[in-house]
Design a binder for this molecule. Structure first.
Ligand code: HEM
Length: 552
């Protein structure tokens, strides 16, 4: 009897399994059939674009940032304004936007929602609700709260603080120069931008350039634990330890920021007029007092912050601290790298600094502090930074398609459905398009942003900070930081990339030294050994090994 019942159970489980498998297989082939109608590189009935991905993995670096791939595909297959890349079920089916007009449509006219994939990827870094992934009224509210912290008027008042942090960076470079050893430029550049964003958002000096800091250690360690979206290794993808580690670092970071918030709250409630500034933490507290003070009498009754509000503030701080350092530090490193490879361009940049700040580079910090508006005169330096951002775009935008959202393919006039698809506004495709920028597209030539030729290029093409309502809140801050770094560094030091000396850095204890993945095989993209890799954002490969020499 028991035996018979056992057979029934097995038969029922088998039936469910067969039904489940049949449905999964039917879904799979329905997906492939549907996707085969989209424009794109050759599509395999069974494999979609998975085999194509395999081909690129043979000829390009394994660690190459995924945002290079659509640009390579567009070039190799002469692809049009919108095309599909589908590695389902290994990855999502992605509709790639490779046209400035369509990018404008998706980012600005229709402002597609942010992709769920982005939410999943950023959750460990800044919780489920933060400025980058929020939508609708919630996003509007928090964007409006923090906007004033990034206004040009506010930023200009912070220039002296940025200069001070950058002088600590200069001291650090000096030490590397006297030791005459290679080092990874990305490391000190990262600590520089962390210190700056701490001041801008929290009115707090992490001093990460000179000391260990609990928050910075936790944040950087957590970034190394994020899932590497280029890895297909199931042991990595489903690592059971990752969620536990994430919880631990999240707890440490929230605790640190919570203490800062409480201290500021107490100071504000006690003596509002003396402590208020337009840094992020005070702007958040302004909103808190405005929203919660009704009927509570004086501010001292608000010292126990509403838990929901508190969570939003802290997670937004976490997001701003991450978004506000990673991309900027990479751009500082890439700008110095590119300048070091083009003595003629570097000479022009230095001549501009001589002209604006006087011929003594050692006096530049004081000159700048006494007249912060001199930064607005840096025309050539700005072009050099723009050219760096064009070639080394640190971030792009991933949106979510939907049943009512269609993209009109300008090459055919077809309305392309975006239902169920991830939409990628692929700025790297736009920034590396030979058709748009000409035959020297992969060359570093700041002049292209200064000559009349730029007026022939659709202004919606160049979008390192994205465009539309979800553009980068920190773009002016980033430009200001990078300009100040170049002004204070470019005339004092000569840099030389040291990729041929990477073996000397194997034991330097950095995040780069600890990870061996992809260090063998092809190591260049478009002939560039300092290609970008995915390490939370787009970072210079191996942290950009450099040697530096003092000039004056
Ligand atoms: C070179 C430096 C930077 C680059 C290239 C850059 C690029 C970008 C891009 C492309 C986006 C759009 C992302 C998306 O659509 O998902 C973005 C958004 C954002 N960036 Fe930046 N960023 C830089 C520096 C900064 C800085 C210094 C901050 C300061 C906190 C910052 C904070 C943010 C935030 C909060 C968003 C989300 C804005 C929103 O959706 O309302 N970024 N950034």
């Amino acid at each position: 009897m028991d035996n018979l019942r056992g057979h029934h159970v097995v038969a029922a489980i088998a039936t469910i399994l067969v039904a489940y498998l049949t449905r999964a297989i039917a879904c799979f082939f329905r997906h492939r059939k549907l996707m085969s109608k989209y424009p794109g590189p050759p599509y395999h009935k069974l494999w979609g674009h998975i085999l194509l991905l395999g081909e690129y993995r043979k000829t390009k670096p394994i660690r190459m940032h995924p945002h290079y791939l659509p640009a390579l595909l567009a070039e190799d297959y002469n692809l049009g304004p919108v095309f599909l890349f589908d590695t389902y079920p290994a990855g999502p089916a992605i509709l790639i936007v490779n046209d400035p007009g369509l990018a404008h449509e998706v980012s600005t006219v229709q402002n597609y929602p942010k992709s769920q994939l982005l939410g999943e990827a950023l959750e460990p870094v800044a919780g489920p609700q933060n400025l980058v992934v929020m939508e609708g009224a919630l996003w509007k509210k928090w964007r409006a709260i923090f906007n004033p912290a990034f206004s040009m008027t506010q930023l200009m008042t912070l220039v002296p603080l940025v200069v001070d942090s950058t002088m600590v960076f200069v001291d650090g470079l000096d030490k590397f120069a006297s030791k005459n050893d290679p080092f990874r430029l990305e490391e000190p550049a990262t600590h520089l931008t962390i210190d700056i964003i701490g001041k801008v958002i929290l009115n707090h000096d992490f001093k990460s350039q000179t000391t260990q800091n609990e928050y910075v250690d936790a944040m950087r360690a957590q970034l190394t634990w994020l899932r590497d979206r280029t890895s297909f290794n199931p042991l990595h993808i489903y690592n059971p330890i990752r969620p536990i580690i994430n919880l631990y670092y999240t707890w440490r970071m929230r605790r640190y920021l919570g203490k800062l918030l409480d201290a500021r709250l107490t100071a504000r409630a006690g003596n509002a007029s003396n402590t208020r500034q337009r840094v992020g933490i005070d702007l958040a507290l302004d909103t808190y007092f405005a929203e919660y003070s009704r009927g509570k009498g004086d501010d001292m009754n608000l010292l126990k912050m509403d838990p929901e509000f508190r969570q939003y503030v802290i997670d937004n701080f976490r997001m701003l601290l991450v978004a506000g350092h990673d991309t900027t530090s990479s751009t500082v490193a890439y700008a110095l790298y590119r300048l070091s490879r083009h003595p003629d361009i570097l000479a022009k940049l230095r001549a501009e600094h001589d002209k604006i700040f006087g011929s003594d580079p050692l006096a530049a910090a004081d000159v700048l502090k006494s007249n912060v508006h001199l930064l607005n005169k840096l025309t050539y330096t700005t072009a050099a930074i723009q050219e760096t951002l064009r070639l080394y775009t640190p971030a792009t935008s991933i949106r979510q398609g939907g049943p009512h959202l269609f993209i009109k393919d300008p090459s055919t006039g077809d309305m392309v459905s975006t239902d169920g698809l991830t939409i990628w506004i692929e700025s790297v495709c736009l920034h590396r398009s030979r058709k748009i920028w000409g035959r020297d597209v992969h060359d570093f030539r700041p002049e292209r942003f200064l000559s009349p030729e730029i007026s022939n290029i659709d202004p919606r093409t160049f979008r390192p900070f994205e465009k539309g309502p979800r553009n980068c809140i920190g773009q002016e801050l980033a430009m200001l930081e990078i300009k100040i770094a170049l002004v204070l560094v470019a005339r004092l030091f000569d840099f030389k990339a040291a990729y041929d000396e990477l073996h000397l850095l194997g034991g330097d204890g950095t995040l780069w030294a600890k990870n061996d993945r992809g260090k063998q095989g092809v190591q260049d993209v478009w002939g560039d050994e300092a290609y970008q890799v995915l390490y939370a954002t787009a970072k210079p490969r191996d942290g950009m090994p450099m040697r530096v020499k003092r000039r004056v």
